[in-house]
Ligand binder design. Structure first.
Ligand code: URA
Length: 236
């Protein structure tokens, strides 16, 4: 998703009867507010989400939207689908048509799905460099051993892409269940990692992305993120 940023004087000239040159005077007269603060320079940036008010009239108010959903099994991680219920079908929000999905889950995977209209935010979450942990609870068809912990920490070679997976944290909870934390999201990554041991994943549930946790949100329901959750990429 492209982020549209323009300089304040250009934005004013394109969205009011004032010219770029007039903007300096408007600033001196404290007639422009950016996100509630008096503008101080013609060079200030107006991003796609900046609220711009001129003489008490709102020229632009496009607040970003951040939603979390507890995806049930059988719901497809797409915004449109002819055969299945989509994650967007489960979202109730007046601006839901603007949303895109941050990190898809397979059809039979359940749990935390994030949706937003802020492309910069979702890009940041998805970048392996941000090292944001995505944590899954997994049920397997065969018993787990300590060898899995070491192999997942070392990384597994994926021949198709020619890459080795980044160090992953595996916590064995019982013979057949574990919690796995990854900092990347390759195609079917969890299933392929257990596939290395020919161990089939019977159920897969994403419980958290960084500090954003699904706790307290029932299956099939969604809610807006709190300011603290939105700041998931900062000060980790
Ligand atoms: N890994 C998988 O294999 N499937 C998912 O849905 C998510 C991660």
């Amino acid at each position: 998703m492209k982020s549209r940023t323009s300089r304040l004087d250009r934005f004013i000239s394109q969205n009011s009867d004032f010219s770029m040159a007039d903007t300096r005077l408007l600033i001196a007269q404290k007639r422009i507010l950016l996100d509630g603060s008096v503008a101080h320079s013609i060079q200030q940036s107006v991003t796609e989400f900046t609220r711009v008010v001129l003489d008490g009239r709102c020229l632009k108010d496009n607040q970003p939207v951040y939603i979390m959903l507890n995806k049930p099994r059988g719901v497809v991680s797409a915004t449109r689908d002819t055969r299945h219920t989509t994650v967007l079908d489960l979202v109730q929000h007046p601006r839901k048509s603007e949303l895109h999905i941050v990190g898809r889950l397979d059809l039979n995977t359940t749990g935390l799905v994030l949706l937003t209209n802020n492309g910069a935010w979702s890009r940041n979450i998805s970048l392996p460099e941000t090292k944001l942990e995505k944590t899954y609870e997994v049920t397997l068809s065969k018993p787990l051993t300590e060898e899995y912990v070491a192999v997942f920490r070392e990384g597994i070679y994926f021949g198709y892409e020619g890459i080795t997976t980044k160090p992953a944290r595996l916590e064995i909870l019982s013979d057949y269940t574990a919690r796995l934390s990854l900092t990347e999201g390759k195609y079917h990554q969890v299933k392929r990692m257990f596939g290395f041991f020919q161990n089939e994943v019977l159920s897969l549930h994403r419980v958290s992305v960084g500090r954003i946790s699904l706790e307290g949100l029932d299956e099939g329901l969604c809610r807006e993120l709190t300011a603290k959750e939105i700041a998931v990429n900062e000060n980790r």
